[in-house]
Design a binder for this molecule. Structure first.
Ligand code: HEC
Length: 158
């Protein structure tokens, strides 16, 4: 590479605009606007809810009732995050909290698979109802998830 080429490349490099890092150098307004844009949407939180839905089913099936209860609590917290993150979902999310969650809380508290199983179906219907009300009726859920997500449930390989 000759000296001229190096000089041209250096000039091009120096002429490139350096992207300012808004996190350090932006105005408070710009920082706030960007942070709002970065708030994860419904699909992000639903992904985790879906994993917890599977864990809930398997925790109950394996008699891990405390773990099952923990999944219900986390699902409730995540639904409240959805309400905050996406206000247009808030009303239907509240219907789910009021009508969908009490049944599963009772099902888990019973520590009895035969009581839990219909409560889990009630929960599934409440999830699906909200998907329908939010124009996502194509997102179905299994009545009996084949696997769990958490290593704590220590399932044998499928
Ligand atoms: C507020 C109503 C509402 C409730 C309640 C709700 N969902 Fe959802 N869910 C949605 C919406 C809306 C989407 C589509 C996401 C989007 O458009 O950003 C979704 C998407 C999903 C997805 C797909 C995520 C992906 O991208 O792979 C899963 C899985 C899911 N929900 C599971 C559940 C489960 C399980 C429950 C019940 C425990 C539940 N949802 C309750 C509204 C809801």
């Amino acid at each position: 590479m000759n000296v001229l080429k190096i000089a041209v490349m250096a000039a091009v490099f120096l002429a490139l605009p350096v992207q300012a890092d808004w996190r350090n150098e932006g105005s408070p307004e710009e920082q706030l606007a960007n942070l709002v844009k970065l708030v994860p949407g419904t699909s992000h939180w639903m992904f985790e809810i879906g994993e917890r839905y599977k864990n809930l089913y398997w925790a109950a099936k394996l008699d891990r009732w405390e773990f099952a209860q923990y999944q219900v609590e986390e699902i409730e917290k995540l639904i409240k995050v959805v309400q905050l993150a996406r206000p247009k979902r808030a009303e239907t999310a509240q219907e789910f909290v009021d009508k969908g969650l009490p049944a599963i809380a009772e099902g888990v508290a019973s520590k009895d698979w035969d009581v839990f199983k219909p409560a889990f179906e009630t929960l599934r219907q409440a999830c699906i109802t909200c998907h329908g009300k939010n124009d996502h009726s194509f997102i179905s859920l299994p009545a009996a998830p084949a696997t769990a997500a958490s290593p704590s449930l220590n399932l044998p390989s499928p």
